[in-house]
Design a protein around this ligand. Structure first.
Ligand code: NAI
Ligand code: MG
Length: 491
């Protein structure tokens, strides 16, 4: 492998040529102007009569209005879920439960294209991501848990697995439909009923899922989907009729939830933030590693709890890695999420863009050096250039705090022990990545890193069979795989 690329002529992106736009059509997408709450198998008007707009963050245009559920609506939804649990769902044979979940999975596959386009419109993620990653994983998740529904006793031998009852589920905006699938599929497979609240900026695919669920013939009230802001989520958390809370989102809200349920019988799983270390050793296949780093932090605008936001490079390959990263950043296409060529889409909301910009300023104020690609940004919408910070101190806030944007900090190291200590020096512990040609190094690091998931020579790979979850302030409990069933059962 060449240690330097000085002799290789540099191709500058957009120098005399560029890709023609390849926008995905949105003409097949069916959206209403206004969405009500999905409670007891029907779409019902919110008690408050209030609606709010969900916008397309790539052009700031309103897509639809969505109902704002207040505590009376939350109460209705929880009661509908309880009735469905007592009267139908817990009495239905497990095999039949599995069939319903399987049918939902099939219907998601059939409507994959529409769901992918809506996901990109409502949340800003590139269509490449929603089409090739999010929606296929959503269907896979339902398929996978459909299979478990009538095999729970094999998953937990010598135990009697019983459902918990009604689950309240609150999800974020970075993987809207995928997080809905992570929450709903295992809950149903285990015989629970649910009330799900999607994030306020990305409610549309969850509401499309409500339509699919209605069409699937799933008994009324087994899944209820209510929209609203943090207050709606808090009303759900505090409702006495809830047996379990599953939350994915910020560490701050996770802490509020933990306090709110202390002393109650509610079970909780929390999947919170992250500040993942991606580590490149000198023997690593550098080109693949660089591609993995780019994928890990830029492809979803860094809106990923397990984003590889801290890069550690072994000193001897630092210059090479840095140059290759900069060259690759120059080729990234930032812009219209619906364009099939787009690598980096829109930041999810103005608030999130403000947060990211605050950190970009902070990083420079702290004395770190900032590099951004030379690409232009669209005139409208919320966009951020892929960014690298070098000359970063271990104590600097950009290396310690979750930015949740396309921002990478780079630090160097000499020895295994040094990098393990640096990588673990964060309040979080969700994920990490290791790039090396030595299996022994992989084993050494995976056992010593305090992270729920450690990828080796790859990054951001997901599969419904693999459990996911964190250490420390990244939360607790596992989702996915067999572990994900345990979170919805009394054993
Ligand atoms: P958030 O934690 O406020 O929102 C996540 C979900 O929780 C939304 O559905 C929201 O309506 C709901 N929620 C808000 N307050 C609540 C409360 N008191 N009780 C119950 N539910 C409540 O996250 P936000 O403000 O959108 O993003 C802030 C930061 O959080 C981001 O910059 C990022 O660092 C982190 N984040 C992490 C995510 C992850 O996947 N771990 C996902 C989204 C954000
Ligand atoms: Mg939106």
């Amino acid at each position: 492998m060449s240690k330097s690329n000085k002799t290789v002529p540099k191709l500058k992106f957009n120098e005399g040529w560029s890709y023609a736009p390849a926008p995905e059509s949105a003409s097949h997408v069916k959206l209403q102007d206004r969405y009500d709450l999905f409670i007891g198998g029907k779409f019902v008007k919110p008690t408050s009569g209030k609606y709010f707009d969900t916008i397309n963050p790539a052009n700031e245009e309103k897509i639809a209005q969505v109902a704002e559920a207040n505590s009376a609506d939350v109460d209705k939804a929880v009661k509908a879920a309880r009735t469905a649990y007592d009267k139908t769902w817990k009495k239905i044979p497990a095999k039949e439960r599995g069939k319903y979940i399987y049918r939902i999975a099939r219907m998601i596959q059939e409507r994959a294209r529409e769901l992918a386009v809506i996901e990109s419109m409502d949340g800003g993620k590139p269509i490449k991501e929603s089409r090739d990653v999010d929606i296929p994983l959503v269907a896979n998740h339902f398929f996978y848990y459909a299979g478990w529904a009538d095999k729970l006793q094999y998953a937990f031998p010598n135990k009697i697995p019983r459902p918990l009852g009604v689950a309240g589920q609150i999800i974020p905006w970075n993987f809207p439909l995928l997080m809905a699938a992570w929450k709903i599929a295992p809950a149903l497979a285990c015989g629970n009923t649910v009330v799900l609240k999607p994030a306020e900026t990305t409610p549309l695919t969850a509401l499309k899922l409500a339509e699919i669920i209605q069409e699937s013939g799933l008994p009324d009230g087994v899944v209820n989907i209510i929209t609203g802001f943090g207050e709606t989520g808090a009303a759900l958390v505090n409702h006495p009729g809830i047996d379990k809370i599953a939350f994915t989102g910020s560490t701050d809200v996770g802490k509020i939830i933990q306090k709110a349920v202390a002393g109650t019988n509610k079970k909780v799983t929390l999947e919170l933030g992250g500040k993942a270390a991606n580590i490149i050793f000198d023997g690593a296949p550098i080109d693949q590693a660089v591609e993995g780093i780019i994928n890990g932090i830029y492809f979803n605008q860094g809106h990923v709890c397990c984003a590889g936001s801290r890069l550690f490079v072994q000193e001897s390959v630092y210059e090479e890695v840095l140059q290759k990263l900069k060259d690759r950043i120059e080729t990234l296409i930032v812009g219209d999420p619906l364009d099939k060529n787009t690598d980096v889409g829109a930041i999810n909301s103005r608030a999130q863009l403000d947060t990211i910009n605050k950190y970009l300023q902070l990083g420079q104020d702290e004395g770190s050096e900032m590099f951004q690609g030379s690409c232009g940004l669209p005139g409208k919408g919320f966009f951020c250039k892929p960014t690298i910070f070098t000359n970063v101190a271990q104590s600097s806030r950009i290396a310690q705090e979750e930015i949740f944007g396309p921002v990478l900090t780079i630090q160097t190291f000499r020895t295994d022990d040094e990098v393990i200590e640096k990588a673990n020096n964060t309040p979080y512990g969700l994920s990490a990545g290791v790039w090396t040609d030595k299996g022994s190094k992989i084993f050494n690091l995976t056992t010593k890193m305090r992270a729920g998931v450690v990828w080796a020579n790859t990054y951001n790979k997901f599969d419904p069979t693999a459990p996911f979850g964190g250490y420390k302030e990244s939360g607790y409990g596992r989702e996915g795989g067999l572990h994900g069933l345990g979170a919805y059962l009394k054993l």
